[in-house]
Design a protein around this ligand. Structure first.
Ligand SMILES: *[C@@H]1O[C@H](CO)[C@@H](O)[C@H](O)[C@H]1NC(C)=O
Ligand SMILES: *[C@@H]1O[C@H](CO)[C@@H](O)[C@H](O)[C@H]1NC(C)=O
Ligand SMILES: *[C@@H]1O[C@H](CO)[C@@H](O)[C@H](O)[C@H]1NC(C)=O
Ligand SMILES: *[C@@H]1O[C@H](CO)[C@@H](O)[C@H](O)[C@H]1NC(C)=O
Ligand SMILES: *[C@@H]1O[C@H](CO)[C@@H](O)[C@H](O)[C@H]1NC(C)=O
Ligand SMILES: *[C@@H]1O[C@H](CO)[C@@H](O)[C@H](O)[C@H]1NC(C)=O
Ligand SMILES: *[C@@H]1O[C@H](CO)[C@@H](O)[C@H](O)[C@H]1NC(C)=O
Ligand SMILES: *[C@@H]1O[C@H](CO)[C@@H](O)[C@H](O)[C@H]1NC(C)=O
Length: 814
């Protein structure tokens, strides 16, 4: 019950009233049928119109709420500005076609006027209160035209351009006052449509433009099992709407009185509203966080940077995390000397108010040409759904997503690009330079190779990003018996790598499902050739996994090398990854506590094997929910050893300059100093445990009451003695010993100091025994990650201000 108090308009005990009240079908002219004791139910029984009082208020309002949802949730209010203080209110329809709410028998406190001749008021199946206009089938008035704070299927947020009529949602003033509050969420029809949240008149969030599937390309509104977003954008209409995926789903989109934008689904088993999508998920969603030509990347330190080729306008302020000044070009554009474009991927494209859609440009080349021709054009983006969008002026509110997003092409002077478009002399010079580099590299490589032959061990010391095979630890035979599978077999099994066989996208390339001729199902990881890391990662993974055999590690069946291509063939996991189960709210309910517990224990056992029992002391370095695969019996299997490293038997930690991993799971000493050890895996494991217990992602975790991340939230509830509040709403026995023990173990694993964290063997003992003796967890590392990067509170962060010096290679592997 974490969010109820602020997000739900709950009215207590009113449900009881229905039993004694009279339900009516519709109201014909001059009838006064809706009063304190009556209500109107839609024919399908899904919605009710009646009087209600919000939470702590005695005021009476006429509103519409879900009939079958046990927490009364109001979606529409008629007299939101004119409450009735007693029970004298009544709703009637006059012969003149007006709907009126009266109090004290006579005084009209609210009215909706129409020109209907023979008006009949009905509450329709979709929750729309509509005044029939005779037999024409049109409505002369309908509540869907006057939204409050909630969108339900059938309602539209946007514009009818013919009549210039706009529909938008406005937050309630407070949970007990439905009159308009500070926040409005409105469609901006200028340029490419986007939806904008304002607090008063200040823009605080922008959805990003529609990319054909969702707004902004952001991950929040990914196609999901609950609802399908819809955007209509033509000369008549610009509006957003959504459909539930089937009739049994009850979902709603709400702007809360605190400005949260959330899509909820009603969960019958847990008897509560569950968040499907949270639109303002992190600080990078704050509008214009990094100023013009700045780009925000959540998880980077500092979060703001200038676009490549741009420099801070006010360097001093910028260094002190004051981004408002934004960035400007290092080399100014000069229209007469030519320009090219630099591509930025996975971005939320800039504010589109300063953009326009070029309908003549039908493809990428024409779009580029259009932007080149126009001296004022500074960037363009193109998708099938949106066509060619070009920007002029300053680019505002750009962010980078971990996944999803769109491509943005920013105009750059040729000198900044050093591109193929530069003149011939430059090309020749670069070719010569490249040739020299190649020759030099070759020479150096030969020299190094000679040395290697002499002093193999000495070289191994310096090679930081390739698995080091310590003499003691090596299994002896270099040629591990690994079946090579030929390319043709794989190609046939995967239907020639057809799109329909693609089951995922790993950090180093796509993953396909295949069926061998003997019926065995396989998963094929096809390493992308341009990934750069491909070869290292490939060798790494092959050498490592071929030697590893454990029921909680994914099994490598073979590999394939075909021309420049490299492929890894694994056993196929029908249930895909844990991520789909714990964060996908639609499937959420199917993962009961027992299963979650077994998964936690399974992962722990797999890690004990990696850290200790395999004789190789392997650090995984990229443990996260999407790297835990599930077999048909929901047994967890750790996968993706692309970043794994081997340590010698006597070695406990190592240091690396290339910090790679996934934000949200990285231990502080690793992210900040590059130190990794078995204890940095323990940290990631702890994050995973807390995610499994809470059903929430550490990254992007948002709580209306505080700025802590998921770890901080868990710790706060733990120290306050309410661990049960942290648990996923679909878990029934929230206070059971096992649940609380898992939270405690999770918190022990994410402690700030590596030496305070237990080893994985300890963790297995703690999880297995009935009454283990557990320490009280100390404060977790990175528990205020969100505020750390925030300008206002950077001084309160746990990590000193040197954090802007961290160089982090964020390598996202799913
Ligand atoms: C409805 O009420 C008005 C006055 O309130 C009256 O003039 C009218 O005749 C009534 N119409 C019907 C159909 O009863
Ligand atoms: C009106 O309805 C409310 C139920 O919310 C009830 O408490 C109140 O007594 C009713 N008033 C009258 C006069 O029946
Ligand atoms: C509602 O019903 C109660 C008794 O059940 C009655 O006392 C009250 O007058 C009714 N209220 C109205 C407005 O009809
Ligand atoms: C309603 O009142 C109760 C008791 O006075 C209080 O505990 C609760 O916080 C209030 N709820 C809201 C939303 O104001
Ligand atoms: C209804 O009448 C009572 C007394 O007759 C008065 O106190 C109250 O303010 C009136 N309510 C409205 C909404 O006019
Ligand atoms: C509706 O008409 C009534 C008179 O019949 C008028 O008092 C009221 O202001 C009108 N309401 C609106 C919203 O136009
Ligand atoms: C705009 O889209 C709506 C909804 O899809 C459709 O009914 C309407 O005909 C379209 N109008 C134009 C001019 O294409
Ligand atoms: C652009 O380049 C041309 C030719 O090099 C030069 O004459 C002109 O001054 C430049 N314009 C600006 C604004 O720098």
């Amino acid at each position: 019950m974490k969010y109820d108090t602020t997000l739900f308009h709950t009215v207590s005990f009113l449900v009881l009233l229905f039993k004694s009240s009279i339900a009516v079908d519709s109201l014909a002219s001059n009838q006064t049928l809706l009063d304190n004791n009556t209500s109107l139910v839609s024919p399908n029984g899904n919605f009710v119109l009646g009087f209600f009082s919000p939470q702590n208020s005695s005021n009476r309002y006429i509103g519409i709420w879900f009939n079958k949802v046990t927490i009364q949730t109001v979606v529409w209010v008629a007299n939101k500005n004119h409450p009735i203080s007693d029970s004298s209110g009544a709703l009637s329809v006059t012969t003149a076609g007006n709907i009126i709410i009266t109090s004290n028998q006579s005084s009209i406190i609210w009215s909706a006027n129409s020109t209907s001749r023979n008006p009949v008021l009905r509450l329709l199946d979709d929750g729309n209160l509509a005044l029939d206009e005779g037999s024409s089938g049109r409505y002369s008035w309908q509540s869907f035209d006057y939204p409050c704070d909630t969108l339900i299927p059938g309602m539209r947020l946007g514009w009818d351009l013919r009549s210039d009529q706009e529909r938008y949602i406005t937050s309630w003033k407070s949970v007990d006052d439905p009159s308009p509050g500070e926040y409005t969420y409105r469609m901006n029809p200028n340029g490419l449509p986007s939806i904008i949240l304002r607090q008063g008149s200040t823009i605080v969030y922008r959805s990003g433009p529609w990319d054909g599937v969702r707004f902004g390309g952001g991950p929040a509104l990914h196609g999901n099992a609950v609802f399908t977003p819809i955007l209509v954008y033509n000369s008549t209409y610009v509006y957003y709407s959504f459909e539930n995926s089937d009739d049994s789903v009850v979902s709603r989109f709400v702007v809360s009185e605190t400005g949260a934008l959330t899509h909820f689904r009603w969960s019958e088993p847990s008897n509560n509203w569950i968040e499907i999508a949270i639109l303002r998920a992190d600080t990078c969603d704050d509008y214009d966080k990094c100023g013009s030509f700045g780009v925000c990347e959540f998880g980077r330190a500092p979060i703001c940077d200038c676009l490549t080729g741009f420099i801070p306008r006010l360097a001093e302020e910028w260094a002190q995390f004051d981004w408002a000044g934004g960035c400007s070009r290092r080399t100014p554009l000069n229209c007469s000397t030519g320009a090219g474009f630099r591509r930025f991927s996975r971005v939320k494209v800039p504010d589109t108010s300063a953009s326009f859609v070029d309908e003549n440009a039908r493809n990428e080349e024409e779009c580029e040409a259009a932007c080149l021709r126009d001296c004022s054009c500074v960037a363009y983006a193109r998708t099938e759904a949106t066509g060619c969008v070009v920007w002029s002026g300053e680019l505002l509110d750009i962010r980078v997503y971990e996944e999803g997003g769109q491509e943005l092409f920013v105009k750059m002077p040729l000198s900044e690009l050093g591109s193929k478009k530069s003149n011939r002399v430059t090309v020749i010079v670069s070719v010569m330079a490249a040739a020299i580099v190649v020759v030099l590299t070759l020479v150096i490589w030969l020299v190094i190779r000679k040395r290697v032959a002499k002093k193999k061990a000495a070289l191994a010391e310096q090679q930081h990003d390739f698995p080091k095979q310590n003499e003691n630890a090596s299994i002896g035979d270099e040629d591990v018996a690994l079946p090579m599978i030929d390319f043709l077999t794989i190609s046939i099994a995967t239907n020639e790598f057809s799109f329909s066989n693609k089951i995922g996208e790993g950090g180093f390339g796509p993953v396909y499902k295949g069926v061998l001729s003997n019926g065995k199902e396989i998963a094929v990881k096809r390493l992308s050739q341009d990934s750069g890391q491909g070869l290292h990662e490939f060798k790494n993974e092959v050498i490592l996994i071929a030697k590893l055999q454990h029921r909680n590690l994914v099994r490598l069946l073979g590999c394939c090398i075909h021309q420049n291509e490299r492929m890894l063939v694994y056993e196929y996991m029908p249930n895909k990854s844990l991520e789909l189960f714990i964060f996908d709210q639609a499937k959420d309910t199917s993962l009961e506590w027992r299963t979650r517990y077994d998964i936690i224990v399974g992962i722990a056992r797999g890690l004990v094997y990696l850290h200790r029992d395999s004789r190789l002391r392997i650090i995984h370095r990229d443990l996260k929910a999407s790297n835990i695969l599930l077999d048909s019996e929901m047994n967890p299997k750790i996968s993706d050893f692309g970043l794994a490293r081997m340590l010698g038997a006597d070695q406990y930690q190592e240091n690396t300059k290339r910090v790679m991993g996934t934000y949200g799971y990285m231990a502080p000493e690793y992210a900040v100093d590059g130190f990794f050890s078995v204890k940095s895996d323990v940290f990631s494991f702890g994050v995973l445990v807390l995610e499994i217990v809470s059903g929430k992602k550490n990254r992007g975790f948002y709580h209306p009451d505080h700025d802590l991340n998921l770890l901080g939230h868990a710790w706060k509830l733990w120290t306050e003695g309410n661990p049960g509040d942290f648990v996923d709403t679909s878990i029934l026995n929230k206070e059971s010993l096992a649940v609380v023990r898992c939270i405690q173990v999770g918190l022990l694993c994410v402690q700030q100091r590596p030496e305070d964290r237990p080893t994985m063997s300890n963790v297995v003992v703690m999880l297995d025994s009935e009454h283990p003796i557990l320490d009280q967890p100390k404060q977790p590392g990175f528990y205020t990650q969100r505020t750390l990067f925030d300008t206002d509170s950077s001084s309160t962060g746990k990590i000193p201000n040197t954090s802007n010096e961290i160089t982090v290679t964020l390598l996202h592997a799913r």
